[in-house]
Design a protein around this ligand. Structure first.
Ligand code: DGJ
Length: 724
């Protein structure tokens, strides 16, 4: 809901439990009056007037003590009396870099406009948008702050549009998607960081004077950092405390900062990374930033997660599968790697079908001459010799076993040893005159080039039209180096990283529109591009290449901070685990993989009869509870500081069924097992727990009995049902 207060100079963006209030000063500067728990107040401009000033900085407009640096800004620019990190940096043809934006007008409307070429969350009813227009009269530039309120979802989105009304080019050196100033600094900063194989570990650190920065310069959002930043109350835990967060709907280089200034105010920003970025904005053209999702929670991290999960499931993911339960899959990668033939694939598929699995995924190695990582990326033609016939015949035989068929592709890449590269050596990202560098023996195709985009759309369309493919795993296995494009003029070379992402989105838009029934799973060596931009097109992501159940605990717990469990690919794999050599029980592996979208990625033909029986039971059990996991609400029961125990609960949509899981990493000598107190039940209702009937209040205040672990990596799981 949008309300205009104080003679229309205050904008109150109100969603169910949150308010974001902006106020335009008489000088035309837009300030952030408030962000937090929903307010009912009518007049709030006094908050800004009451701010005391003290500084060494100039007075704006000659008004004594009017210093922007001490006011919470909504669009700080360089060259004014605010020398903190700007949100917008432009360079004009006269060499000047100062932009001085003042309020011009506003527009309010129902609904939300699609951002050209970018994933945009529009699919919800009752959305209202306010556009606040600012202008720089000297340079004839318009900057539009666009906020949309998704009332029922407690979510606000923001993007920024820069329009050049002059007759000369303007160079955009930086433009963020969101920038919000807080009049305090007593916060922790929370973010997700890691590396290949250990993505999305939740980090919480105290802020202090200076700038905390996280980013990606890798061409993708990356394994290292997620395009997410939050400021949290120092006491915040899973169920208490306030948290302000920004998550960017973008899959490329980003930068997020939390800057504490000398007066203990904090600036939080997120946007396209200004590193190696510059955009030539031609006269009469606009630049649209990707959008940011702004979520506030006043009940800790669990509430934050629930708000993100529901918003992303119901509004972000545009796939027809967004809200459908997902199939249990078998993927042949860790079962065979490149070493397979038709007989091997069929024997794996047969075992999978026997165990009740529903989708067979043929991973890397089915095309060209691909027997290892050295060849054939780009040649997306089935290798008939290796497949013992055509791909259609293999699919047919797999379908006859009662399984759907899925296929791996890595379309953004090309091997030097491939027909595609031989035909188009100029299609890769490279700087002419320098030898391009390989990673995993592959180059990155220049997706900024429309010819490359068209080629990918037509090649993949042909594949999907010809074969009965129900699922695609879209992989991306290297960072982008040698940043240079043959299709961009010298002055536009710094547009490459953003144009690459726009090119990717264009390809994904075309394919997902053309093949709406295909279930797409995104992957970048695991979770190297796990972000809302990819989720918009592909409703699930391979969470990590690390399939060890214990390593997966912090990875999945961290990922679940923002991204819905239905989007997390989680597989049971072989022991000793291929990444870390750890041996865990089939039970624990199953419990952990049931935290998201369950799959199997091991050679089922090598299982003992007992193990196979366990797998069968797991699959049958998961099918019964998957709706609770995939469409229900996740509540994490242990705090992230406790690295030895992880417990989580899923509550079904109708709050009648609960799946509770617990894993203890290391067993400890001479300890008395404690009880696991639940959250999110009705304290007056009764529930069936095994043989016993317990009240909700009992389960939440006394809790479930934890077994004394007799070995490391022990897990327990309970299915609890409400009784009438
Ligand atoms: C990296 C992925 O994350 C793996 O799951 C697998 O698909 C390999 N690529 C195949 O090359």
């Amino acid at each position: 809901m949008l309300e205009l207060l104080d003679n229309q100079r205050t904008f109150h963006i109100q969603v169910k439990h949150t308010s974001l209030v902006l106020h335009v000063l008489p000088t035309g500067h837009v300030t952030i009056v408030y962000w937090g728990k929903r307010l009912e107040s009518k007049s709030l401009a006094y908050v800004i007037q009451d701010i005391g000033r003290a500084s060494y900085i100039s007075d704006t407009d000659g008004i004594k003590d009017f210093k922007l640096e001490q006011l919470p800004q909504a669009m700080p620019t360089f060259g004014n009396s605010d020398l903190r990190t700007p949100a917008l940096e432009l360079e004009y043809t006269d060499g000047s870099r100062i932009t001085n934006l003042r309020y011009k007008e506003f527009k309010v409307y129902s609904g939300k406009e699609h951002l050209p070429g970018l994933p945009t969350i529009t699919s919800a009813e009752g959305v209202e948008t306010v556009e606040i227009l600012l202008e720089d009269c000297v340079q004839q530039l318009i900057v539009k702050l666009v906020f949309s309120a998704f009332y029922d979802y407690d979510a606000i989105t923001q993007s920024i549009v820069v329009t050049n009304l002059s007759e000369k080019n303007v160079t955009i050196e930086k433009v963020v998607s969101s920038t919000i100033d807080f009049l305090e600094a007593d916060y922790d900063v929370c973010y997700l960081s890691g590396a290949w194989g250990r993505e999305a570990h939740r980090q919480v650190r105290p802020l202090s004077q200076g700038t905390f920065l996280l980013d990606s310069k890798r061409g993708a959002s990356g394994h290292g950092q997620n395009p997410f930043i939050a400021l949290a109350d120092k006491q915040a835990n899973e169920n208490n405390g306030f948290i302000y967060s920004m998550n960017m709907v973008y899959s490329g280089n980003f930068q997020a900062i939390a800057e504490v200034d000398m007066h203990q105010n904090t600036r939080m920003q997120i946007g396209i990374n200004p590193f190696d970025f510059a955009w030539q904005l031609a006269p009469q053209h606009s630049f649209y930033t990707p959008e940011t999702v702004l979520i506030y929670s006043d009940q800790g991290y669990n509430q934050l997660s629930s708000t993100y999960h529901r918003f992303y499931r119901e509004c972000l993911m545009k796939s027809s599968h967004a809200e459908k339960v997902r199939p249990v899959l078998i993927n042949n990668w860790e079962a065979t790697y490149f070493d397979f033939d038709k007989a091997k694939l069929l024997s794996l598929a047969k075992e999978a079908a026997d165990c009740g699995m529903e989708l067979f995924v043929l991973d890397d190695g089915w095309f060209g001459n691909r027997a290892d990582t050295t060849t054939s990326l780009g040649d997306w033609r089935p290798n008939h010799q290796k497949l013992g016939g055509s791909l259609s015949e293999l699919i047919e035989e797999i379908q006859q076993l009662g399984l759907q068929f899925g296929l791996w592709v890595e379309p953004e890449m090309v091997s030097p040893n491939s027909d595609l590269y031989r035909a188009h050596p100029d299609w890769i990202i490279q700087v002419v005159g320098r030898k391009p560098q390989l990673a995993r023996n592959q180059y990155v195709l220049d997706l900024a080039n429309p010819a490359v985009q068209d080629y990918l759309i037509s090649e993949l369309s042909a594949l999907l039209e010809k074969e009965k493919i129900a699922y695609i795993k879209w992989d991306m296995n290297r960072n982008i180096t040698d940043s240079g494009s043959n299709c961009l003029a010298a002055a536009k070379q710094k547009e490459l990283s953003h144009r690459y992402v726009l090119g990717l989105y264009h390809v994904l838009e075309a394919l997902t529109e053309k093949f709406p029934e295909v279930l797409f799973e995104s992957c970048a060596g695991g979770g190297g591009r796990y972000d809302p931009g990819m989720l918009y097109y592909m409703p699930q992501t391979w969470t990590s290449d690390d399939t060890d159940a214990i390593e997966r605990l912090p990875i999945q717990s961290g990922t679940s901070l923002i991204y819905p469990p239905i989007s997390m690919g989680c597989h049971v794999s072989a022991v000793p685990n291929h990444q870390v050599g750890r041996i865990t029980s089939m039970d624990t592996r199953g419990i952990v993989a049931m935290q998201g979208n369950l799959g199997y990625e091991l050679d089922l033909t090598q299982l003992t009869a007992e193990e196979k029986q366990l797998v069968k039971e797991q699959v049958a059990h998961y099918k019964e509870i998957r709706e609770i996991v995939q469409l229900g609400q996740l509540i994490r029961l242990t705090e992230v500081e406790n690295q030895n125990q992880y417990a989580w609960l899923y509550r079904s949509k109708d709050a009648t069924s609960f799946l509770v899981s617990f894993v203890q990493v290391l067993a400890k000598a001479n300890t008395v097992p404690k009880r696991l107190k639940l959250t999110g039940l009705d304290d007056k209702a009764y529930y069936q727990v095994g043989e016993r009937i317990c009240s909700g209040s009992e389960l939440m205040n006394i809790g479930l009995k934890l077994e004394k672990p007799t070995a490391d990596y022990a897990g327990q799981q309970w299915l609890i049902k409400k009784v009438n």
